[in-house]
Design a protein around this ligand. Structure first.
Ligand SMILES: Nc1ncnc2c1ncn2[C@@H]1O[C@H](COP(=O)(O)OP(=O)(O)OP(=O)(O)O)[C@@H](O)[C@H]1O
Ligand SMILES: [Mg+2]
Length: 328
C-alpha cells in the first residue's frame, strides 16, 4: 500500500537550522571526503586517526529504512569519521526494531570513538516529513540509549539541503523504503511529501525477474557491471519515483503559482546509473545527481548538531533544547 504524507512545513526558522544553513561547504568535496572516511560495517577496520581531533564535533545519526549511518564532522563540516551498515530497523520513519537499532548504533559509536580517540557525547538525528511526534521521539530515544544526547531532530529534506545549499528547486530523496520530496524557495523547505517507493522496490523487482532471493537481488543491484542490463527491469520503478515527483511538483505549482525548474536527486538509490535521465525524461524537469548521493542526508543531519558550537549557556539546555518539527 502506498502511504502519502503531505504537508506544508512550518516556516519558523530554528536555531539549529539557522546555524546549519549558512555554510560555505563545497558539497562535492565534502561528499568525496565522506566516501574516504566512512567505513561500511564489515569492511576492514581503518587505523585510528594520527591525532585526535580537538574542539567541538558535529555528529549525525541517520536511522534509514535500509542504512544506519553515523557520521562525525569537524566544526566546519568536514567529515572526520563514520560508519554505515545495512539494517532493517526502521520502516517509513518508524522504529520497528528498537533493540536492534540501539545495539548496532552503540557498536558503531564505540568503533568510531576508537578511531577518533574521543568520546561522542551528542548527536543530531532526523525523521521523514509527516511522521507523528511520538515516532520522532522514538528516533531520539535510540540515539540517547546508544549514549549520545540527541540535541537536534530535523526533517530529512531540511537536513539534505543543509549540505546542498539550494536556493530554489526540489530535492528528491530516494532512499531504501521511500521517496521524499522537498521543494525549496529562497533556501527554505516550503513543501514536503514522502511516499513508499525506493531501493527495496528495485531489489524486489530484480528478485522477481531473476527468480533469486532479495539479498541476491540487492547484491546484483549494487554491482556496477550488472546495473546497465538491469535497467529494463528497474525502469518501471524509476518511473514510479518520477511520477510521484511529478504529482507533488504539480500540486505545489498549483498551490504556489510558481514553477519548479530543477530536481536534485539524493539518497542511495539515486546512485543507480540512469536515474537522473529517466526522471528528467518523465517529468520534463532538469534532474541531476551529486556524486555519492547516499551521504547527503546523513551529513546534513550532522550539520544540524550545532549545540557544542554554542556557548555553555546553550549547552546547559541539554535535551530540553531538543528541536522537533512534525506535521501533526
Ligand atoms: N550504487 C547504488 N546503486 C543503486 N542503489 C544503491 C546504491 N547504493 C545504495 N543503494 C540503495 O540505496 C538504498 C539506501 O539508500 P539510503 O541510505 O539513502 O536509504 P535510507 O535512508 O536507509 O532509507 P529511507 O530514506 O527510505 O528511510 C538501498 O536500497 C540501497 O540498496
Ligand atoms: Mg534516508
Amino acid at each position: 500500500m502506498t502511504k502519502t504524507r503531505l504537508h506544508k512545513v512550518r516556516s519558523r526558522p530554528t536555531r539549529a537550522r539557522s546555524l546549519a544553513q549558512p555554510h560555505t561547504l563545497d558539497p562535492t568535496a565534502t561528499l568525496a571526503r565522506a566516501e574516504q572516511v566512512l567505513r561500511r560495517v564489515g569492511d576492514p577496520e581503518p587505523p585510528p586517526l594520527q591525532s585526535s581531533p580537538q574542539g567541538p564535533l558535529r555528529v549525525g545519526v541517520d536511522l534509514g529504512t535500509a542504512y544506519l549511518v553515523l557520521v562525525v564532522l569537524d566544526p566546519r563540516g568536514n567529515p572526520l569519521a563514520g560508519e554505515y551498515q545495512f539494517a532493517q530497523v526502521v520502516r517509513d520513519g518508524l522504529v520497528v526494531d528498537y533493540v536492534g537499532a540501539v545495539d548496532r548504533l552503540t557498536a558503531m559509536k564505540a568503533r568510531v570513538e576508537k578511531r577518533l580517540g574521543r568520546e561522542l557525547t551528542h548527536a543530531a538525528s532526523a525523521f521523514p516529513p509527516g511522521v507523528p511526534r511520538a515516532e520522532v521521539q522514538a528516533t531520539a530515544n535510540v540515539v540517547e540509549a546508544a549514549g549520545m544526547h540527541c540535541l537536534a531532530l530535523i526533517d530529512e529534506p531540511s537536513a539534505a539541503n543543509a549540505l546542498l545549499g539550494l536556493r530554489q528547486g526540489a530535492v528528491v530523496d530516494v532512499g531504501g523504503g521511500t521517496t521524499g520530496i522537498a521543494i525549496i524557495e529562497d533556501g527554505r523547505v516550503v513543501y514536503t511529501a514522502d511516499e513508499a517507493t525506493g531501493g527495496t522496490h528495485f531489489s524486489l523487482v530484480i528478485a522477481g525477474a531473476h527468480n533469486i532471493s532479495f539479498e541476491q537481488a540487492e547484491e546484483m543491484k549494487l554491482d556496477p557491471t550488472q546495473q546497465q542490463r538491469l535497467m529494463p527491469v528497474v525502469r518501471p520503478v524509476i518511473e514510479k519515483v518520477a511520477s510521484i515527483t511529478a504529482r507533488h511538483v504539480a500540486e505545489y505549482e498549483l498551490q504556489s503559482g510558481k514553477a519548479v525548474q530543477q530536481l536534485t536527486l539524493v539518497g542511495g538509490t539515486s546512485a543507480f546509473p540512469g536515474m537522473a535521465e529517466v526522471v528528467q525524461e518523465y517529468t520534463g524537469i532538469k534532474a541531476q545527481v551529486p556524486e555519492r548521493p547516499m551521504f547527503v542526508t546523513p551529513i546534513g543531519i550532522a550539520l544540524h548538531d550545532t549545540q557544542s558550537l554554542m556557548s555553555s549557556r546553550h549547552r546547559d539546555i541539554g535535551t530540553r533544547g531538543l528541536e522537533s518539527r512534525t506535521s501533526d
